[in-house]
Structure formats: C-alpha cells, structure tokens
Design a protein around this ligand. Sequence first.
Ligand code: FAD
Length: 463
Amino acid sequence: MAKPIDPKKRPMPKQEPFERVRNFDEVALGYTSELAREEASRCLACKKPKCVEGCPVGIDIPAFVDCLIRGDFAAGIKKIKEKNALPAVCGRVCPQEEQCEKVCVLSKKHESVAIGRLERFLADWEAASGAIETPDIASPNGRRVAIVGSGPAGITVASDLALLGYDVTMFEALHEAGGVLTYGIPEFRLPKAIVRREVEYVKSLGVKLHLDFIVGKTRTVDALQKEFDAIFIGAGAGLPWFMEIPGENLNGVYSANEYLTRCNLMKGFLFPAYNTPLKRASRVAVFGGGNVAMDAARTALRLGADEVHIVYRRSRSELPARLEEVENAEEEGVIFDYLTLPTRLIGNGQGWLTEIECLRMELGEPDESGRRRPVAVKGSEFLMPADAVVCAIGNSPNPLIPMTTPGLAIGKKGNIVADEASGLTSRAGVWAAGDVVTGAATVISAMGAARKAANSIHELLSK
Ligand code: FAD
C-alpha cells in the first residue's frame, strides 16, 4: 500500500516576533535532523523530477533528498555542492517558492517539499560537523582569470574555474567579500558568519582574493587584460534609485543601500562600539515593496524605531518581496501603507525630515509588467509624520566600469550587455553576468548566469 502523503511542510522553527525584534540574531532557526528527515520523506521521488528543471543551477534535488532520508548527510551535501558553491546561502534566501518548489509535483495538490529548508539543513550540518569536504581540483592549467566582484556571480565563476584548474583572482571593491550577501541582506536573515564560511570555502579551492580593489580606479579592465587570459565582471547593481521628489536631500533620508550597508557591513547597529553612526529614528517610512524594503523596515524596528511603515503604491498582492519575508515583517509589527505614493518630503526648516506628503492610489489597467498600474486619486493628499525615510525602489549598475572600459556595450539602464547563453560581452575576452547584466534580481539567477559564463570561459580557453 502507498504511504499516506502529509499535505503540509514541516514548519520552520523561528524566534518569536516579540523576542526577535529586539535582536539581530537569525529569525529562522533551521530544522533538526528529525524534522529534516521527516520533511525529506514527503518527496515522491518522481521519475521525471520537475524540481531539477526549476533550479537555475540544476542541483540533483531528488538525489540529495534521498541521501537525507537515508541519514547519509555527508553524501547529501556533497551532491548539492556538485552544482552549488553557496548552499547555506541559497537554502536561506533563494525564492524557492518561485523555482524548485513551485514545480514540485506534490504542490499540485499539497504543499511542496521544503527543498530550501533541506538544503540549508545539510549545509549547516556540514559546517557543524567541522568536516567541510573540498571536491577534487584539476591540475593547474596555467591559465589566469580575473573576477571583478565577490558576490554570488563572482563566487560562482571563481569556484567553477578553480575546480577546473584555472588560476583565479577575485577583485573586490569593499573591505569584505560576499557582495549583497555581506553588505545588503541583514544578519537576522543571513548571518555574516555563514557568508564568511562560504567565502573561505571558495578560497580553499585556491582562489586569491584582493579586497579594497576598485576595478576602474585601482586598475582598469584594460590593465587587467594584459595580465589575465579572461576577465569576468560580476560587479552587481549597487547604484540606488531615488524617487526624484522634492526634499530627498533632507537629513534622515537614506537609500536602502546606504542604510543596510551602514548596519550590516559597518556594524552601525553596534554603534558606538563600532564607529559608524546610524540615525535611531522613531518613525521610519520605507518606500518600496521588494525584499530590500522588507529588510530595511525590519532593520529599522531592530534599531529601536517606535513605528515603521512600508509605503507601497500598489496592493499586497503585487508586493515583489518573498511572501515569507512579508509575513515575517507583518508579524514583527511593520505597518503596510498600500496604494500610497510619496510625492514630497518636508523638513523642519533646519534640514531635518519631519513629514511626507503622500497621495492615495487606486489600481487601473495592467502595465507592461503585467501588474495593475497605480493611478493617483485626485485631491487625496495627506501628510505622514516621519523622521527617517529609506528609499528601496531599485538599483542599477554603477557606471564606473562601463565609463573606464572602451568598447563595452551598455544597455538603457546602465547594465552591461552580455550574451544570455555565454555571458560574453562586446569586448573580446570579457564576460559578465548577474545583477550587472540583468539589473537587481536574485542570488540564484546571478549564480545560474555566472555558471554559463564559467562554461563559456572554459570552452574558449581550453581550445
Ligand atoms: P552583488 O551581490 O551585488 O556583488 C557585486 C560585488 O561587486 C559587490 O561586492 C561589489 O562591491 C563589487 N563591485 C562592484 N563594483 C566593483 C568594482 N568596480 N571593482 C571591484 N568590485 C566591485 N536575492 C534573493 O535571491 N533572495 C533574497 O532574499 C534577496 N534579498 C535581497 C536583499 C537586499 C537588501 C538586496 C540589496 C538584494 C537582495 N537580493 C536577494 C538580491 C541578490 O542579493 C542579488 O541579486 C545578488 O547578490 C546579485 O549577485 P551579483 O554577484 O550579481 O552582485
């Protein structure tokens, strides 16, 4: 007789909302081995597993789930690492509900298998066991590759090529590696010790890392090309957009990038023990509805704000953030002001923000993104008190590399133009992938595109 199917995922143990808003510790606590094995046993072991197709880096999900069911955790994590150098990160922040879990056959009738949570469990189990295994590395082939940026895209190309015997050097503008994983996503969602661990793993493959090295300033791409056989650009999209409304130069107005960098990378939440100040505002308004906005709002709460608002011009169903993160924010007491558009920031006459003028919106016909277009309701202006605003409405790539690299084709939004299948740019010997090509996207999409670039570099250099 077939075993009965449990329709629900095993819930993720979490810190209670009242407790977690007072600390920066990780909210989700992870499965125990019992929970992980119970959850894994919900897998139907499909003959044609759709989940693998749903994973941008093609992890053999049924194989690692099977190892988990059998209790062979070492084999399970080894399976994942054949395709993914950042399992503890992806298990935490990947939008699995839009990828592997979305196409899980079980999800037609029940909740899908919690693939991300299982990936996280295995990665954490390996770290706790202290026996981190390094895959076999090919003998050195004498070819040198430079990687610009140490975010998920750069890390993926670096580890893929290092395993194939390339001499890889990664150049990072900041004083710590990891890209957005380090400076953007907060500690309570992705502990920095985990990112550091994954960066150490990449270094253990022989990858050299130069920090505080701004390509385009410290050395140009042209100069690097004289020394390296291939250049990969994974410089991300770190240039924040603003609303372009009056008052954005008032004190108390931040881009999410600055706000989160001050907190995560510069440890502003530990001020004065660390010397980066961060305004402890009482009433904070965050503009935007994506993951970045949720992270900024939840950070503001942990910094001690009395009231934190997400100001979003569409409704809840159009929020681009992961549902899990929206729910976490709601549980923690973030107030969502839907169908609201900020139009002006007002100061106290001495340069400090005190109020936001807003308009009420209603949803009209769908726009080019397929989402219903917000339309202003005439005469609906109102004032919202605020002493800090965090603008989280999007980012584009920094123009430094395009400006200093002649012949590098650039798209309308400042993104580097690269072939989708290979990552090759208009400059011979230069590849690019991740947010610098697509604009702000996801960790796994950056990794998937970076893997294609690594394959293309290998194909060309091994001829
Ligand atoms: P990045 O991670 O941006 O890394 C680029 C690196 O290049 C940076 O370290 C940068 O300092 C460096 N660099 C830039 N210019 C130079 C230069 N000239 N010289 C040398 N180095 C340079 N995605 C998810 O999947 N799930 C989430 O939950 C999620 N939450 C997010 C929350 C926040 C706050 C933010 C900002 C993003 C989030 N994302 C999330 C998006 C995800 O982090 C990015 O899509 C991903 O990091 C892109 O990877 P990347 O390697 O292309 O770029």
